[in-house]
Design a protein around this ligand. Structure first.
Ligand code: COA
Length: 261
């Protein structure tokens, strides 16, 4: 993946660490960053050596300080729709990514940056992280799924408060309202993200994938259909070597060695 301008990928055993690196603009999302982000997740989805992804912003000052306001300032109505749809498509691909995606957040996660964190499955923040959807202060609204995902995560009242006020909140409040799973010291945030990732990757990868899929499907379907999917996935897992291994290991009082088969 050496041909990308703004996205860097490192591998740490089964983890892929994806870094958005446009530090001179606080990692703001221009069209090229969004496109590269889409490409990188497509490639990592096909890479069987990757069991989880940690998404971060380069440097300590920002995760992502938003969509690129310079670019947005010249949009027309129709190009505005296109910009929003292009970002939504990439963020939705992250949300539907078949392996866990954890955002490791230092500094600003504002606007599109906050929306990007919301599209990830889990969020770990440094104590210096700052979250907010300041779009209304620019005369626009969140356009990368923020009006949809924030309320699901933190509840309607808090989502309305944050979206309509544009207020920026610190890591402590973000954790209190469930926006982030945990808060770490600035120099420990990536390590904590890796620890959280490995609590997941030690488990059966097909089970993890189907659990994620079942949870997200339930958001978009009725209860009966969602329960039906859960049962089918539950039954499907009975055909995997990983289920045999997981249960045998428990009965043998040893650690399971999952192969993703
Ligand atoms: N789009 C484009 N450029 C951005 C940006 C964004 N969302 N956020 C920061 N930048 C740029 C700044 O314009 C500046 O560029 P310059 O050095 O060429 O002037 C550079 O990044 C550094 O930012 P700066 O504002 O000087 O840093 P700061 O520490 O004073 O303030 C913020 C940091 C995050 C408070 C401030 O940059 C900010 O409010 N950014 C916009 C946040 C926002 O509204 N996001 C939602 C967009 S939809």
């Amino acid at each position: 993946m050496g041909d990308m301008t703004y996205i860097k990928v490192q591998h740490d055993d089964e983890l892929a660490i994806v870094s958005i690196d446009r530090q001179e603009k606080l990692n703001a999302l221009n069209a090229e960053v969004v496109q590269e982000l889409g490409e990188v997740f497509t490639r990592l989805g096909d890479d069987d050596t990757v069991r989880a992804v940690i998404l971060t912003g380069a440097g300590e000052k920002a995760f992502v300080a938003g969509a690129d306001i310079g670019e947005l300032s010249t949009m027309s109505s129709m190009s505005g729709v296109a910009v929003s749809r292009a970002g939504q498509e990439v963020f939705r691909a992250i949300e539907l990514f078949p392996k866990p995606v954890i955002a490791s957040i230092s500094g600003y996660a504002l606007g599109g940056g906050c929306e990007l964190a919301l599209a990830c499955h889990l969020r770990v923040a440094s104590e210096k992280a700052r979250f907010g959807l300041p779009e209304v202060g620019l005369g626009i609204i969140p356009g990368y799924g923020g009006t949809v995902r924030l309320a699901r995560l933190v509840g309607l009242g808090r989502a309305i408060e944050l979206t309509l006020s544009g207020e920026v909140i610190g890591a402590e409040r973000a954790q209190a309202i469930g926006l982030v799973s945990l808060v770490a010291k600035q120099d420990a945030v990536m390590d904590e993200a890796k620890i959280l990732a490995r609590k997941i990757t030690k488990n059966g990868p097909i089970a993890v994938r189907l659990a994620l899929e079942s949870i997200y499907r339930a958001l978009d379907t009725g209860t009966e259909a969602a329960l039906g999917f859960e049962s089918s996935a539950f039954g499907l897992l009975a055909s995997t070597e990983d289920m045999k291994e997981g249960m045998e290991a428990f009965l043998d009082k040893r650690k399971a060695e999952f192969k993703g088969l």
